[in-house]
Design a protein. Sequence first.
Length: 231
Amino acid sequence: MADAKILVVDDDKKIIDLVTAYLKRDGYHVLAAYDGQQAIDLARHKQPDLVILDLALPQVDGMDVCRVLRAESNVPIIMLTARTTEDDKLAGLDLGADDYVTKPFSPRELVARVRTVLRRVGEKESGPPEVRFGDVVVDFVRHEVRMRGQVVSLTPTEFRLLEVLVKEPGKAFKRLELLEQVCGYEYEGLERTIDVHVKNLRKKIEPEPGHPRYVVTVPGVGYRFEGSHVA
């Protein structure tokens, strides 16, 4: 998706100009927003393929922008933030962001993250066209999940996580292994990142998220998909 449309949101014009230059060098079309409300308006009217979102924004805070965008679409979101504590990062992921990059940052690394996230969105699937378990259907052709016939709104990262798990039912995946397969082999994030994505995924596909029957925890290891439910 080298011609993808990227919305860059930051109140620092120098940062937007820097990121824009690197993205355009890679062939992307770039939209810019300098405050949270402008970001929401542009996302609604221009429908970007990915959003790079600063968290410290005027008008509307970046966390609230993320919350609004996620409620209205599955557009991939990469947080760009000077908030470096683990709790801040996990809070953003909990709202549905797909990835985060902390300031100061390498523009090349940021563009690499953009490529990775967009590649996950555009990947063509191999193997069976769909997998069914309980009331849930994972459709790899349409790249969507349906529960009792209704489409379930998953982020690209959540879909990729579910895909990795259901394609090897019964296998216990370590958190780091899931991070590598879901977020990319060059990803250097917190292992707890996977816990947040699993929690969000369970909320959407489990009959009782507090007592999961599909995506189960393997104590001391990570997670596995309960294979007995796959058809």
